[in-house]
Design a protein around this ligand. Sequence first.
Ligand code: ZN
Length: 413
Amino acid sequence: LQQSDLLVARILREIHELSQIGGHADGSVTRLAYTQADTEARMWLVNRMEEAGLRTEVDAVGNVFGWPPNSSTDPPILLGSHVDTVPGGGMYDGTLGVVSALEIVRSLADRENRVPPVGVVSFACEEGSRFGMSSIGSRAVTGQLVPGDLERLKDRDGITLRQALQSAGLSPKEVHKLQRAPGWFRAYLEGHIDQGPELEETGCPVGVVKAIAGVSRYLLTFHGAQAHAGAARMGQRRDAMAAAAEAILIIEHEATSAAEDVVATVGVAEIVPGIINVLPAEVRLGLEVRALPTAGAVNFDSRVRERIQDRTAHRQITVQWDTLSAGEPARISDVVRKTLLVACTESGVPAREIVSWPNHDALFLATHGPSGMILVRNRGKVSHHRDESVRPEDLQILLEVLQRAVHHLMTPS
Ligand SMILES: [Zn+2]
């Protein structure tokens, strides 16, 4: 027990050390992808990986890998997460998974007197805060970044992803070569802070992720007829705004009826021309749908689309659907999930399964090999906020469960 206390103390010290890079006086952290602070965090990590005896590699998009040094032909088990943050984020999101991965390698190496066949990774630009697209690093290595993305993706200052990579000393010209063939890792395990209250409120120190919701985003444009708000008779209007309002309620109703397998949100509404005495000619809605790979979510998007088209036709309004991004939900590997559940039981903690509504790199890794996640209870119940908080004893449980899971995966029965 004394030894595991030391390990937890070391992880906590490192999490605090990293929180100083881009840290604010109020305890929050800002390490937006490809900024100076993010680059510094990457260098910090490279140093820690080298101290742990890993062979480091920073790839063209900024992913940091620490590979086991012996050139075995077997693909390694990969552990990790990310070190970039949202503006004013907490110190655990991402960092917790990377630092605990390092600790697993160090403690296995101490125990066995050799660096284990386990790699550590920190994926670049996991947060969507800067470029409106999340998990850029894990998309790049799994072939889910398309060629135009480097120019198409811009931050709020108009800086393209290509320019940001360049200014961080990375190699945008090489990004298209990053795609790997599936099977380059034996299993991917990601530890992460719970981003909501579920584990805290149910009194479970950790939760094994059974599914990660897929995220799809759409732009809906309603075309009506602009007219004078006084002269246009109520029975003769083609009101784009009233049609859009009805659509929002259809979306809400369908999502509420989807057995908790879907959440759908209209977070953007633009009215053209947006004048109080003018009947709107056009309304644009930004719709986000998060869906699990379960029954209630099947055909949700097309169901909503049909109902909206039906209602708008009655109003003689046309509606145009543009897909901004379409994301499939991740089916978590049964092998990894069950291994984590067994490891929980062996560690004497409840083997609770949980759904992750936020996106994670594991969603993309799952297309290339067996991938899974374990979440740690969050005392602050919120994430992307300085109130993120993890109890030391829960950290200890995370370490123990991960260690056992890695051990089982290294020595299949
Ligand atoms: Zn995260």
